[in-house]
Write a protein that binds this ligand. Structure first.
Ligand code: FMN
Length: 350
């Protein structure tokens, strides 16, 4: 309905210019140190970043994670970022398709296949909307945009901070199990900035989930976004919880330990460059994921600005591989690295 679309535009305004990445939050990636190799004995062009995802082959292990849809402005963001992903051989996700599930007139803002015919494309819906839609309804959303897979997002922290948000989180695993059975490795389960930890990840994998985006703490905080929209006591609780979550570095390292190498893991949440992408890959991610930086670049300078931002990331990622003497991510993972400070404490507990 109208309120879903209006709320989405308020979210976009806040994310474009608001203080949605609380400075005191951290991914803890600053505590991961890759080790310099003074004699790389390789050329930049020897770096092979290609990786399989959703039945396709990416040229680099990067997912532009789901953000938007439902309005004209959102449609422009989707098309620009999908086109970029197509050009550079990356994966792309649209934002929550709730708006088009409620009103099919909004479907056009999620349609990117005309500009991104071969991109690895993810649809997106919230866990609790998926309960209402059922397996067939979720499949219709995926098929309507010609997606290769469907992202199911978890956002209990955001919902509790949203005055009109959900207050009952029962029945989630049952829906995940049904969707995993129906979608197989076309399903991805993601958080939205509070992180998926090893216990939840293990349970998801037991139920058949094959792709997980940990989306940890340290980047965009949806609790903060809702705090900025809320008033009174709700805003105070939002302020208190805007640092809540599992830091991305802790989430990805602990989840990889918990789930075995065949599960495809994405690490998003505050990953902000090529070097940080290399760090999450070293910690066990198959793909790095990013939302806010590319959205902001697109909002500020359209497609050219977003492409420039992306090139900086891809160049930095290649550079990190060369400077650790790694031809691919498999070699990067075998290199020694230093884990220090608070991240060590997190990993001792998880
Ligand atoms: N995640 C979803 O699963 N569905 C959404 O609809 C969605 N909307 C978002 C809108 C914006 C403007 C942003 C910045 C993020 C959104 N997210 C959504 C969350 C991102 O996919 C990602 O998990 C999170 O922002 C952490 O990554 P980041 O720190 O790089 O932004």
């Amino acid at each position: 309905d109208e309120t879903t679309a209006r709320r989405k535009d308020a979210h976009l305004d806040l994310c474009a210019t608001g203080d949605v990445e609380p400075a005191q939050n951290s991914t803890l990636l600053e505590h991961v140190h890759l080790i310099h190799c003074a004699m790389p004995e390789m050329a930049v062009e020897d770096v092979d970043l290609s990786t399989p995802f959703l039945g396709k082959r990416l040229q680099a292990p990067l997912l532009l994670t789901g953000m938007t849809g439902g309005t004209e402005r959102a449609g422009a963001v989707n098309r620009d970022l999908a086109l970029l992903a197509e050009r550079h051989g990356l994966a792309f996700g649209v934002g929550s398709q709730r708006a088009m599930a409620e009103d099919s007139a909004r479907a056009a803002s999620y349609a990117v296949r005309d500009v991104a015919p071969t991109v690895a494309l993810l649809g997106n819906i919230g866990l609790y909307q998926a309960i209402g839609l059922g397996v067939d309804g979720v499949r219709r959303l995926m098929d309507a945009i010609g997606a290769d897979g469907m992202a199911l997002h978890l956002n209990a922290g955001q919902e509790l901070t949203q005055p009109e948000g959900d207050r009952d989180f029962r029945g989630g695993y049952r829906v995940v199990e049904e969707l995993a059975r129906a979608f197989g490795d076309r399903l991805l389960v993601k958080e939205t900035g509070c992180g998926i930890g090893p216990d939840v990840a293990r349970r998801l994998v037991e139920l058949g989930v094959r792709n997980v985006d940990v989306s940890g703490l340290g980047g965009t905080s949806w609790v903060r976004v809702e705090q900025l929209r809320a008033a009174g006591p709700q805003a105070q609780v939002g302020a208190e919880f805007s640092g809540w979550g599992i830091p991305t570095a802790a989430a990805i390292a602990s989840v990889r330990k918990a789930v075995g190498p065949e599960v495809r893991l994405v690490a998003s949440g505050g990953v902000r460059g090529g070097l940080e992408s290399a760090k999450v890959l070293a910690l066990g991610a198959d793909l790095a994921g990013m939302a806010l930086p590319l959205f902001r670049a697109q909002q500020q300078g359209g497609l050219p600005a977003a492409e420039e931002a992306l090139k900086v990331i891809l160049t930095g990622l290649r550079q990190a591989l060369v400077l650790t003497g790694s031809r691919d991510v498999a070699q990067l993972r075998q290199r020694p690295r230093v884990v220090s400070g608070a991240l060590k404490d997190w990993l001792a507990a998880l």
